[in-house]
Design a protein around this ligand. Sequence first.
Ligand SMILES: [Zn+2]
Length: 218
Amino acid sequence: MQRITRHLLVDEPETSYYVIRASREGPVVLVTAGIHGTEIAGVQAAERLRNIQLNQGTLIVIPTVNIRAYRRRERGKPDLNRTFPRRSSDKAKHRISRHLFALARRYQPEWCIDLHEANGFYRLDRSKLGQTLIAYPNQATVYTAKQVVAGLNQSITKGTRKFAVKQGKLYGSFRTAAGAVLGCRAITVETSMQQPRAVRVQYQVRIVRALLREIGLI
Ligand SMILES: [Zn+2]
């Protein structure tokens, strides 16, 4: 048994988030997508994840954080993923990031999974981020990301299309704010834009589901 409720993150433009609560207590996980309006696969994957069946815990899904940018198919100005606080005394520098960060503070998720897309293939060119999971540096986070990538890569035949795990801090990003300020285990998922959309959406869904399995929600 679980309960799904819809709430507003931002009222204008109307931006929803969903709280899926299993009857059994467990970890709280926040999944965000659409911080960048051009990165469509994450948004579509997050929409699908609203119907997931949990065994325990709470899943919060925000399919389209920057809905205005998404409708215009723009990355967003300013870049929202540079407006999150660097330290707890800072405030987020944008109205939307302020709302998102306040929500994350309120629910205190153990995990924050932020869905993005990038150019290129990391295994072909190390300066690109496509097909990576980027972990805010933390041993348990990196371990979990590696488990997920190892499983997923078994089904990817072409070497350059396989995923890799990176670690990094990018100040102003949601991942780094969630890790540094809130102490979350934080991961950014980056599918490569140089693939058909259906393939990218499928990767995003599989990655989030595999993470939720590792964390114990499903
Ligand atoms: Zn992005």
